[in-house]
Ligand binder design. Structure first.
Ligand code: BTN
Length: 268
């Protein structure tokens, strides 16, 4: 019987995603983001996807770890070599969120939504995390790595995550095809990323992104270090900032790198 790596490689060769992208698979790795960054220091091409079955040092945002048990989930990172500057890098995270949400809808038939800027939620619980990291060189970006962790077939979560985390399998009530989902993410991401990098802003995906934005027209609390406030999320602008209408009618553009946003009644 073919291993998961052989199956993925062989399906990749026949898949549209295989034409401009490449794949590196591991049974165990420290972190696919770390490996993609290491590859970024060689002459590895843009569009290299690193996929692992298990991560020993999976990393989340804000210095947290990302639990990465084997045989159930997806841990993947893509290496990019953008010509744009570091100030545009955070937009790639929104591109990734949209492409993963679309791939989940296609392969699992689940109503995946985006919690701005880049968590994917299903029925109010988080099923995907995305971590984007930059390596800089003089005058610009050496490499940009976008890492995606999808809870696919995991059935148990630690007590402290049970209220806020879920998996595709728990939502669907059946096992989901990990290989098909990896290939779908590669295809949707690559298409959306090319459209984005051609323009240098999110105008190509803004409408689609807003249609899947779970916060849209909902009350949110903006945890701005300069002063917290509550408002209604209206959508995003072409830079990916969240547009929040305050009680006085003024619309603030909230930048993802500086502040976080919470629903006022819980995670979403
Ligand atoms: C988050 O905290 O929401 C982001 C989690 C990102 C996890 C993914 S799994 C694949 C890639 N490798 C890592 O070490 N982290 C990202």
């Amino acid at each position: 019987m073919a291993s998961w790596k052989e199956e993925l490689q062989s399906r990749m060769e026949k898949h549209a995603a295989g034409k401009e992208t490449s794949l590196l698979c591991f049974d165990i790795i420290d972190s696919t983001n770390e490996e993609a960054k290491r590859q970024g220091m060689t002459d590895a091409p843009e569009g290299l996807f690193v996929v692992a079955d298990t991560q020993e040092k999976g990393r989340g945002r804000r210095g947290r770890s990302w639990e990465s048990p084997g045989g159930e989930n997806i841990y993947m990172s893509v290496l990019l070599r953008p010509s744009f500057g570091p100030e545009q890098a955070s937009m790639v995270t929104l591109v990734a969120a949209l492409s993963v949400a679309k791939a989940i809808r296609l392969i699992a038939g689940l109503p995946a939504m985006i919690k701005w800027p880049n968590d994917i939620v299903i029925d109010g619980k988080k099923a995907v995390g995305i971590l984007t990291e930059l390596t800089l060189k003089e005058g610009g970006i050496e490499s940009l790595v976008c890492g995606i962790g999808i809870n696919v077939n995991q059935k148990e979560f630690p007590e402290e995550l049970k209220q806020t985390a879920t998996s595709l399998c728990l939502e669907k009530g059946e096992q989901i095809d990990r290989t098909g989902l990896i290939l779908a993410v590669m295809k949707t991401f690559w298409e959306d990323y090319r459209a984005f990098s051609g323009r240098g802003d999110l105008s190509s995906i803004r409408e689609e992104y807003e249609a899947l934005l779970v916060n849209r027209d909902r009350q949110v609390r903006v945890l701005d270090p300069k002063g917290e406030y509550t408002g209604i999320a209206k959508g995003i602008n072409e830079k990916g900032e969240l547009l929040v209408e305050k009680e006085d009618g003024q619309v603030e553009a909230v930048y993802a790198g500086e502040v976080s946003v919470r629903g006022i009644y819980g995670y979403v």
